[in-house]
Ligand binder design. Structure first.
Ligand code: ADP
Ligand code: ADP
Ligand code: ZN
Ligand code: ZN
Length: 784
């Protein structure tokens, strides 16, 4: 397929002697201005090569071009472990990391569509209210005054510029929501202060916070709070700040509500201690801002309209509708602007995101959606000779959508760019100009290039990928009989149109439909609480940077005990979260530098060399290994280590076996959770839930990140779960999983307001016969 002769050094990116993570002196040539797909089982080293070596070195070289002064503010990026890298061009990584969690970031702001829309309104809006900034919910309209509310603190943290010309709603400061405190979480009103009525962390009787209220003179500390007079209640909850002396100390008294807002809610939530964070989760409720009705905009901005619609209403439209609406505006004065905006909106539609709205908070997008939104920014760019790097761009895409994604990858290539894609789907592998197949196994059993060449070559190569490329899972002879059902009635979450559906229990159910049809809305938003459904999804796992599979699964407990017992010391020494930790990096093994403009960067701790423990702790051994060596073992090796011999620890082996069962045998037990892919996180959560019996699990595309060769193993695992009494509901596009299901619920027919209905429910065989869009694809898959 037109692959250039690899020998021409100007036409290739040449990698020699790459050794990042598990790579074993990999040397490979990647043709420039071609579409190269990287394949191999998960853990084989694809990311280590593409992201960890090629993209990382490109980023490092770009940083080096900054002046010494600027570089002084940037951490030195470690050079990837590679002998030679030649022919690099600027790499742009388009991955699945979530888009900024900042409440102000929306689909419209991250794609620049909002900026264009504001100019359109500043020219055509009636009445005319001023420059584009007057339509921006991020530019304040009035100067801040009075006490700092939580919202103001947040605004300050994001450094909004204050001017008089902005469009920010003054009440919610452009957030669209206001916070409220649930008073019943602050105190028990049947008790008096003396009886310990306050239930806020840090407000126990005896402490200063408690004394301040009990001795203030505003209330009777012996009276139950519910018996307070109106006056007492007002002073107790809302009195403005006053200085007073209590037990000889001058303090500031302030109503409880304001004090809690200022002292606890004003802080970064992640920095709070867990019990305080739990209190915040209980006590704070979010409500749509009553002033702007959640539109984030000041009154002026809401009053200015084009054809009867204000900018908030336009931003709330589904992008595909907005594109048609704009198409009807015939305004020669702004024609070029409208054309540019139309082009951006058309890109949304082409990429299969026409169902989104511009006001959608970017933090609510799935990983796959976030990746496609980032892609839109690139499609509009006129850059050429850039190296684009994609991480499984088909995640979340129905077979119907994959063809369009392929077209976009090809278009980027045809603009003169080098496109590198890590991908498992045969449909995308099929359009590659060049394939680099890593393996043969995962972790230490992988890390070599097994094949490089054309797709035809791959098929004939006999590698694991080549052999499984044509794999087909057939329909089952018979399907399981349900043992019960979850009844969903009148579901209207997001785009769902009053959906009534029964999800059978005791079987494997697959929920399908094109992206945006409403699958997640149904399985995550509409399950009756009494169904007790457990979501095993790909969302990030909350926890510190010191968290890893060992801490997350509870594996570390028996391991620490075994170390303690063998050495006659305290178990706590062997935890990188406490006593035994390296004091320089606090047990993280790396030093993080957060940069305002770029993603944070980590560098290995120089004191412990990434081992995370104090040297004294590493003197203690179990079965010939110290704790850092144990944490460096892949799951499979750790399983062998704890199964027999001196280190035999059955409790540890049980946890490890579950990890191996879900296909994570290659994962290092001490690898930071922050470095895991979404698919790996989901399998990790699955492994921890496998300890429980029964229940109903909802999985979100469990094949994400999974090689074709591992799909059979996943199906086996799902079967075992169901056979042991668990009900499994999977949102999935992979045809093998659909074919293997006992029951299929197909949503659609389209996305957004064109979806939201159940178009089919029945067995896979019935789906094929029904001929819905999904049914047609399944039929084609089975026939191939
Ligand atoms: P793939 O992309 O093919 O799934 P990776 O390149 O992510 O494979 O992983 C290759 C090997 O390197 C695996 O054994 C994995 O556990 C290990 N690895 C990946 N990232 C890290 C990391 N940040 N720290 C330690 N080990 C890692
Ligand atoms: P699927 O899971 O099938 O891809 P979703 O359930 O994510 O579909 O989306 C269905 C519809 O609901 C889409 O129009 C989408 O834009 C909308 N939607 C999904 N999540 C949100 C959200 N958090 N806020 C607003 N709209 C949402
Ligand atoms: Zn508001
Ligand atoms: Zn350290």
């Amino acid at each position: 397929m037109g692959t250039p002769p690899a020998a021409d050094r100007h036409e290739v990116i040449r990698v020699q002697g790459a050794r990042e993570n598990n790579l074993r002196d990999v040397s490979v040539e990647i043709p420039k201005r071609r579409l190269t797909v990287f394949t191999g089982v998960s853990g084989s080293g694809k990311s280590s090569l593409v992201f960890g070596t090629v993209a990382a070195e490109s980023q490092r070289l770009i940083n080096e071009t900054y002046s010494a002064f600027v570089q002084g503010f940037m951490p030195t990026l470690a050079r990837p472990d590679v002998d030679l890298l030649e022919g690099l061009t600027t790499a742009i990584v388009v991955d699945q990391s979530r888009l900024g969690g900042d409440a102000r970031s929306t689909v419209g702001t991250v794609t620049d569509a909002n900026a264009m829309l504001r100019i359109v309104f500043s020219r055509l809006g009636d009445p005319q209210i001023g420059p584009p900034g007057a339509y921006s919910a991020n530019v304040p309209s009035v100067r801040a005054s009075g006490a700092m509310t939580v919202e103001k603190r947040a605004a300050k943290a994001t450094r909004v510029t204050y001017s008089r010309t902005g469009g920010m709603c003054p009440r919610c400061e452009g957030l669209g929501t206001v916070t409220d405190l649930a008073l019943d979480q602050l105190f028990d009103d049947t008790k008096s202060l003396d009886e310990g009525a306050l239930t806020i962390p840090g407000y126990q009787p005896g402490g200063w916070n408690h004394r301040l209220y009990a001795a203030s003179g505003f209330v009777d500390p012996a009276k139950p709070i519910r018996d307070y007079t109106e006056r007492e209640r007002q002073d107790f909850l809302h009195h403005e700040p006053v200085r007073m002396r209590i037990a000889g100390i001058t303090m500031t008294y302030e109503g409880l509500v304001e004090r809690v807002r200022g002292s606890i809610l004003g802080k970064d939530k992640e920095s709070l201690q867990p019990h305080v964070r739990a209190f915040v989760d209980r006590a704070v409720t979010y409500q749509t801002c009553p002033e702007c009705d959640g539109t984030r905009l000041a009154e002026g901005a809401r009053s200015s309209r084009i054809r009867g619609l204000n900018i908030a209403e336009v931003s709330a439209m589904q992008v595909s509708d907005l594109a048609s609406w704009l198409g009807e505006l015939d305004e020669p004065s702004v024609a070029p602007l409208l054309a540019a905006l139309r082009q951006t909106l058309d890109s949304f539609v082409e990429i299969g995101l026409g169902y989104l709205s511009l006001d959608r908070p970017s933090g609510t997008l799935s990983g796959g959606e976030a990746q496609r939104v980032k892609m839109i920014r690139q499609l509009g760019s006129s850059l050429t000779d850039v190296t684009y790097v994609f991480d499984e761009p088909t995640t979340g895409l129905h077979p119907h959508d994959i063809a369009r994604m392929n077209d976009l990858l090809v278009r980027l290539r045809d603009k003169g760019n080098t496109v590198l894609v890590v991908e498992h789907k045969p449909e995308t592998i099929a359009v590659a100009d060049h394939v680099v197949d890593l393996g043969p196994g995962a972790g230490a059993a992988g890390g070599t290039v097994c094949f490089a060449g054309t797709v035809e070559g791959l098929l004939a190569s006999g590698t694991v990928t080549g052999r499984h490329l044509g794999d087909r899972v057939g329909l089952k002879e018979s399907v399981r009989t349900p043992t019960g059902r979850i009844e969903i009635r009148g579901a209207r979450e997001h785009n769902l149109r009053d959906v009534d559906v029964d999800l059978p229990l005791g079987v494997l159910t697959v929920v399908t439909g094109v992206a945006g049809s409403g699958k997640s809305s149904l399985v995550h938003g509409c399950m009756p609480a009494e169904a007790g459904v457990i979501a095993v999804d790909q969302s990030p796992i909350r926890g510190s940077r010191r968290s890893n599979p060992a801490t997350y699964t509870g594996l570390l407990e028996p391991v620490r005990k075994a170390f303690a017992k063998a050495n006659g010391v305290k178990p706590a020494l062997f935890s990188a979260n406490s006593e035994g930790a390296c004091p320089t990096c606090n047990g993280a093994g790396v030093i993080y530098t957060d940069l305002a403009m770029m993603a944070g960067v980590s560098t290995v701790c120089e004191d412990c060399e990434g081992k995370r423990f104090q040297p004294a702790v590493l003197e203690y051994h179990l079965g010939g290994k110290d704790i850092s060596e144990v944490l460096a073992l892949p799951v499979d090796e750790a399983l062998a280590f704890f199964s027999a011999g001196e280190a035999r620890t059955p409790a540890a082996a049980t946890v490890l076996r579950r990890l191996a069962d879900v296909g994570l045998g290659y994962l290092t037990v001490g690898q930071p959770l922050t470095t895991l892919s979404g698919g790996e996180r989901q399998r990790l959560k699955l492994a921890t839930h496998m300890a429980e019996e029964g229940g109903t699990y909802v999985l979100d595309e469990p094949t994400a990140g999974l090689h074709l060769a591992d799909v059979a193993q996943l199906l086996g695992l799902l079967d075992r779960l169901v056979d042991s009494g668990t009900s499994v509901i999977v949102v999935e596009h992979h045809q093998a999983v659909v074919a293997h299901a006992d029951w299929v619920v197909d949503l659609g027919p389209g996305a957004g307001h064109d979806g939201g209905r159940v178009v089919f429910e029945g067995t896979p065989a019935e789906l094929v016969a029904a001929g819905t869009l999904t049914g047609q694809h399944l039929a084609a898959y089975l026939a191939r």
